[in-house]
Structures are given as C-alpha cells and as structure tokens.
Design a protein around this ligand. Structure first.
Ligand SMILES: *Cc1c(COP(=O)(O)O)cnc(C)c1O
Length: 439
C-alpha cells in the first residue's frame, strides 16, 4: 500500500524528490545487533499486514478471489503464516516449496503449483497433496498422465500470447522470447483434450510482464485473459472457473517512482470483469493472483555494517553483506535504495561504490551512489529486499546465508530464521573426514 507517511516528499535545493525512508531506525538496529550480528534481513510485520489487508480488500468484490503468495520470493514459514491470516495461499514451483506449504498445514486448494520443466516426482507429490496443477506446456499433458495415471478434477493451463506485450504507458515485455506457457492454438487443444480425459474444472494463468510499476498491468492482462475465456467458452463449450493473473505487480525500488495502488488495480480489474465476463454469463469466475514482490518486497531490508573504506580510483565502502545475501544488483544491475541509518537527513554529498567481499567485481550493492559521508561502523539499510532477496542467496566464496528477523508490530525483534553456520556449509559432506584422508 502506498504509505504517504513513509514516502514523504522533500524539497531540497529547489528540486522535488521523493524520499524513501526505512521502516527501522538506527536505535532499533542498535538494539537488534546486541542479539543478532549484521548482516541480516529484517521484515516489517506492520507493513506486511497492512499491505495484505489492502490486497484482500481490493479484490473483495470477487467472492472467489485468492492471492497465492509466490513462495519463491520469500520462503519463510513465519511470513507465510502471517499472509495466511489474510486468506493467502501458496504458489509453489518446486518440490521443497510444495513441502513447505504442506508442512504449514495448507490444504490442497490453498496450494497452486505453477512450475516449468517439472520433474515427474514433483507432479506426483503435488497431486498427492491436492495442489492445483498449472501446466506450463502442451507436452506436459501426456507427461502428467503417464506420471500420475488419471488427471485431477481441476487443471490449469499457462498461456503465452507470444510477440511483445505492451501496456498503455509504454511498459512492455517480450513473452515471445519467454520459455513459459502454451501458444493459443495449444491452449485450445489442451482444454479440449483435458475435457475428453475427464477434467471437470479449468483455470487459466499468464505472467507476461515483470515488476510493472503501473496500475495498468493487471487490468490490461485481465482484458486479454477475459476475452480469451469468452472465446474458449464460445468455441469449445468449456467454462473457465478461475483466472490467475499471476505475479508481475511491481514496487517502487527507486525514490522517484510512484508506488502502485492495489485499490486502483483491483477496481481496474473489476471494471474489465463487468465489461467482459459478466455479459458473457461468466460473472462467477474466480480471480487468483500469485504476487511475490508486491506482497513482501518493500517490507524487507538488508541491514549491513560498513567495515572498510578504500580510496583508489574510486571511493569504496566495504560492507559485511555481499551478493550472496542479495543477488539482484549483481545479476541484473537492479537498483536498491540505500539509507545510512541515523543519517537520513544528512546531505548526500559523497559518491561511493558500496561493495561486498565476493571475488567477483559485480558484487556491488551500489555504483556511483550519492550518499551521506559513511563512517566505519555505520549501519546501511538496503531497501526492498523482502522479495527475491534472501531467497536468491547462495554460498559462493563459502559465504553463509544471513539470519532473517521479524520487526514485530510492538517494536520487538523475533528471529525467524537463524544465520547459517560453517556446519551448515559442510553438512553435505564430512570435511574433516576428507582432511584426515578417510574418504
Ligand atoms: C516469480 C513468479 C511469481 C511472482 O512474481 P512477482 O513478480 O514476485 O510478483 C508468480 N508466479 C509465478 C509462476 C512466478 O514464476
């Protein structure tokens, strides 16, 4: 939800800038590090709850609505449980994500399985726990039948319209170049075939553009899918029961971006629903979403400490986190805003590269970033790491994954995942046996 308080407009040196403020203060960080050393991912319980409530309200007009949180964005059981209080299910894409949702006690209908290039045993398990299987490809129909015998009563298919998908404000992506989904022709054949094979309830799914910072994406996608569903009904006599708009709703990573307003988005989808589906006697179709980034992204940050400063051809600040804790800047140059805790109002008059320790020159959280003067021991808050942050972590250079901590509504801190230790790193082999020559 767009929080006006937090995204205060500030006027500085005659120009208007949007200011991003962290949800945690320097004092709170100093308190947390007494128990848990940096680096760690911190999550904002209040923000998560307010946003989840806003999502629920934005789609309350649709009785069948459900948000299936994309587990891959933030696979933490505590956070999934908070979202569940607002009616969210889980969108899983692998065996372990399915296991996580199942372990949390989610029932079949709370679990969506939207995977691709899926191993047979994952289809078997998804079917066993009653998850809704969303097929990525026409050939998977045959593969699934051979793998699990008979089809479940409910099946969903993922659609890829090909070409270039453009929104009214010029944002576009290239579905024709994406590995996901059925072509339109295959989709029609797929529904026909599944109906012949006894499937009774059908869904459709599409994910066409990523991280859209516009309120237009879902309504535009909804129109594409709604019109397609009317065509499917007319041509095949098959009524689609649920339409899954998947993920792709973006967040304002940059301070000059205007955050999406989920209420405007929900109302936009409703308008198209009433225009297209209701007149086609499809006013009972359920809308599903699979948002990850929008549900969690802004409500997480990576807290790290400045431990080195280096003056060579550039000015570097070395921090105790690295790309193993947050990979997005290293792999796609993604912008993550940085605040120096306690220096929120200091002038940004120093140009730094903020770097981690990996033996990879792409391990930079920021390049040529204007920040306040950073002193050793300062805490840096790297914003918007609540989705696709911790979860993309890895162990390169033998770096260990950090802890995840929940900043509770009452201001207290709760450890919701401990940091890895060397023992975790060595758990897949016994290094000491190797050293002793026993292996
Ligand atoms: C990654 C993914 C999502 C979530 O995407 P966001 O951009 O984080 O909202 C949803 N559905 C599927 C199938 C995905 O692969």
């Amino acid at each position: 939800m767009y929080d006006v308080e937090r995204e205060k407009k500030v006027i500085r040196q005659g120009e208007i800038k949007m200011k991003k403020e962290p949800f945690v203060t320097k004092e709170q960080i100093e308190e947390i590090v007494k128990s848990y050393p940096t680096p760690f991912h911190l999550y904002d319980e209040k923000g998560i709850r307010e946003n989840a409530k806003a999502v629920k309200e934005a789609f309350a007009w649709n009785p069948g609505f459900r948000e299936y949180f994309a587990v891959k964005a933030t696979p933490n059981p505590f956070l999934l449980n908070i979202l569940r209080e607002y009616g969210c299910g889980a969108d899983c894409s692998s065996m372990t994500e399915l296991m996580l949702a199942h372990e949390l006690g989610m029932s079949g209908e709370e679990i969506m399985f939207s995977s691709n290039d899926t191993p047979a045993e994952e289809f078997v398990y998804a079917n066993e726990i009653g998850a809704t299987i969303n097929l990525d490809d026409f050939t998977h129909i045959d593969f699934l039948e051979k793998t699990i015998g008979a089809f479940p009563k409910t099946m969903s298919l993922r659609y890829n319209p090909g070409g270039v998908y453009t929104l009214s404000n010029g944002i576009m992506d290239n579905p024709g170049d994406a590995k996901y989904g059925f072509t339109k022709e295959q989709l029609f054949e797929g529904y026909k075939l599944l109906k012949e094979k006894g499937v009774e309830r059908f869904g459709i799914h599409a994910f066409l553009v990523s991280n859209t910072v516009t309120n237009d994406y879902y309504p535009t996608l909804a129109r594409t899918l709604f019109e397609l569903c009317v065509e499917i009904k007319e041509k095949l006599g098959i009524k689609i029961s649920f339409i899954n708009l998947s993920g792709g709703v973006g967040i304002a990573y940059k301070p000059d971006q205007v955050p999406n307003d989920i209420r405007v988005i929900g109302a936009g989808v409703q308008k198209v629903y009433e225009e297209v589906l209701v007149p086609a006697d499809m006013g009972d179709v359920a809308i599903y979403t699979e948002m990850g980034r929008f549900m969690m992204g802004p409500y997480g940050c990576l807290v790290t400490k400045a431990i080195h400063e280096k003056h060579t051809y550039k000015e570097y600040i070395g921090v105790d986190a690295c790309a193993a804790n947050l990979m997005r800047p290293a792999i796609y140059g993604a912008y993550h805003h940085i605040t120096v805790a306690g220096k929120e109002d200091a002038p940004c008059n120093h140009k730094y590269d903020v770097v981690g320790s990996l033996c990879e020159n792409c391990d930079k959280f920021a390049v040529d970033r204007m920040l306040p003067k950073i002193d050793m021991g300062d805490y840096l808050v790297i914003h918007d790491t609540g989705a696709h942050g911790y979860s993309m972590g890895y162990n390169y250079n033998g770096r260990l994954r950090s802890a995840e901590i929940l900043l509770k509504e009452d201001g207290g801190a709760q450890l919701i995942r401990r940091a890895e230790t060397p023992k975790d790193y060595f758990a897949t082999f016994d290094c000491f046996d190797i050293i002793k020559g026993l292996v």
